[in-house]
Design a protein around this ligand. Structure first.
Ligand code: DQA
Length: 141
C-alpha cells in the first residue's frame, strides 16, 4: 500500500510560524513521525510540500493509478481552491483532509473547505497526530 502525503503553503515553516497555533515541531519532524508509523504498519509513503497551487494539483494527479490513498493538508488553499477539489475528484484516489488546527473554530473565512467535498474524511484540531489518524483511516478501509 502506498500513501501520498501532501502539505500546502507555509507548512514548510512549521516550528517557526505561529507556534501558539501550530506548535514547535518542524516539517521534518512531521515527515519523520508519519514515516515511523507507516513503517510500523507496513505502508509505503511519499511526501510533497509546495507553496504553489499548480504544484499541488500536479502532486494529486501523480497519485492516479499509482497510490492507494492521499493525505492532504491544503493549508490556505483549503479555503480558496476549486482546482484542488477538482484534482481529487479527477483521480478518484481515497483522500483524507487533515488540519493541524481546527479551522472551523477560527476566523469565518477558514470555515469553508472546498476539498472536503471530495474527501472520505476530515481530521482537524489534533496537531501532528491528525496525520497518523488519517493514515489509519486509509489503511483500515
Ligand atoms: C491549516 C489551517 C489553515 O486555515 C491554514 O491556512 C493553514 C494550516 C492547519 O493545518 O491547521 O495554513 O491547514
Amino acid at each position: 500500500m502506498k500513501i501520498l502525503v501532501i502539505n500546502g503553503p507555509n507548512l514548510n515553516m512549521l516550528g517557526i510560524r505561529e507556534p501558539e497555533i501550530y506548535g514547535n515541531q518542524t516539517y521534518n519532524d512531521l515527515v519523520a513521525l508519519i514515516s515511523r508509523e507507516a513503517e510500523k504498519i507496513g505502508v509505503e509513503t511519499e511526501f510533497v510540500q509546495s507553496n504553489h497551487e499548480g504544484a499541488l494539483v500536479d502532486a494529486i494527479q501523480s497519485a492516479y493509478n499509482r497510490c492507494d490513498g492521499i493525505i492532504i493538508n491544503p493549508a490556505a488553499y483549503t479555503h480558496t481552491s476549486v482546482a484542488l477539489l477538482d484534482a481529487v475528484k479527477s483521480v478518484g484516489v481515497p483522500t483524507v483532509e487533515v488540519h493541524i488546527s481546527d479551522p472551523d473554530t477560527r476566523e469565518e473565512f477558514r470555515k469553508i473547505s472546498y476539498i472536503r467535498k471530495a474527501c472520505i474524511a476530515t481530521v482537524k484540531g489534533k496537531g501532528f497526530a491528525g496525520y497518523i489518524e488519517a493514515l489509519h483511516i486509509l489503511c483500515d478501509r
